[in-house]
Design a protein around this ligand. Structure first.
Ligand SMILES: Nc1ncnc2c1ncn2[C@@H]1O[C@H](COP(=O)(O)OP(=O)(O)OP(=O)(O)O)[C@@H](O)[C@H]1O
Ligand SMILES: [Mg+2]
Length: 304
């Protein structure tokens, strides 16, 4: 692994341009198809807030996200197979030889899966879109909840709250029955059970490090006919992590990683329309430190 000790912060990598076919560019990830048909997932240093990609990248954020996914794939490997083939730049094809340094630590070669078109969300606390749904209906994704919950309150037990993948705009919360209509009741039941099992394992690890896992989103796919855990896993971008020490229900909790960014964007009264602004250097630096702190706490490793 790269030695980042005693080096100046790297420049942020906001976009890649590799000489192989680009398959997708998400808000944070660039995904290419490798000559052998496998996929190359690259976590860039782009950061989004309020659904927009900001003009400033956070140096090494992509490396932290990839290393966290790798940590969790390994932590969960006895529970569920995953799509990872290799995270080693030595396994890149010769076409990418000139790009190894830029990709080191932030790339994963993965098996292409036949993805289930639902996002498998587990929630242990009522927050975000779950809090909005609860206020309107007293339920989240059709799961009835006790009355009188406050924002960020802990639920009696973690719940499965799937979402339909929506290419334009927000993913849409759906009920278990709607998920079952889309992918079949047998698959929906399996994905729900897997989601809750993995979530329980991850929550208990996070709790042992002083971090509450409020909710997270998994994506599953079929590889050679078997269900595999795909995409990124349990990163701050796909999960709500809260420091246990400052947990205080009755309002939104400060976001572990993006709070400085959100506070700054609120302070300049950005209208949350494109183009998204740039971040001052100190806000970007403090945000990078928060990502690193999450990584250190969760993995027990001191550096990337
Ligand atoms: N092993 C895999 N095989 C095929 N597709 C995969 C695999 N793992 C993840 N995917 C898909 O790759 C895509 C990753 O896209 P990405 O998350 O970067 O962008 P997005 O989901 O479109 O937008 P956002 O940036 O909001 O997350 C998702 O559609 C995901 O379902
Ligand atoms: Mg995504």
């Amino acid at each position: 692994m790269r030695d980042t000790k005693n080096t100046m912060p790297n420049e942020a990598l906001r976009e890649t341009a590799l000489p192989i076919p680009l398959t997708a560019r998400g808000k944070v990830r660039d995904i290419y198809t490798l000559p052998d048909g496998n996929l190359l997932f690259i976590a860039t240093d782009r950061i989004s807030a309020f659904d927009h990609v900001l003009a400033t990248g956070i140096p090494d954020k992509g490396r932290i996200l990839t290393q966290l996914s790798l940590f969790w794939f390994d932590h969960l490997r006895d529970t569920i197979p995953n799509h990872l083939i290799s995270a080693d730049v030595a396994d890149l094809p010769k076409e990418l030889a000139a790009h190894k340094a830029e990709l080191d630590g932030r790339m994963m070669i993965v098996k292409r899966a036949q993805m289930f078109p639902i996002e498998c969300v587990a929630r242990a606390y009522v927050s975000g879109s779950g809090w909005k749904d609860y206020q309107r209906t007293g339920a989240v994704c059709g799961v009835p909840l006790p009355s009188g919950l406050r924002e960020s309150d802990k639920l009696p037990e973690p719940i499965f709250t799937p979402a339909a993948k929506n290419n334009i705009g927000h993913d849409e919360n759906i009920t278990f029955d709607q998920a079952a209509k889309t992918i079949g009741v047998e698959a929906a039941t399996k994905l729900r059970d897997l989601t809750l099992t993995i979530f329980a394992r991850a929550s208990s690890h996070a709790a042992s490090k002083g971090i509450l896992l409020a909710d997270t989103k998994f994506e599953f796919g079929l590889i050679d006919g078997r269900i595999a855990l795909c995409d990124e896993v349990l990163t701050p971008d796909s999960s709500r992590y809260w420091p246990a020490a400052s947990y205080q229900p009755g309002g939104p909790q400060p976001s572990f990683d993006k709070q400085f960014v959100r506070d700054y964007l609120e302070s300049i009264h950005w209208n949350k329309q494109a183009p998204a602004p740039a971040l001052p250097a100190d806000v970007a630096a403090k945000t990078g430190e928060k990502y690193l702190e999450a990584y250190r706490l969760l993995t027990g490793k001191t550096r990337l």
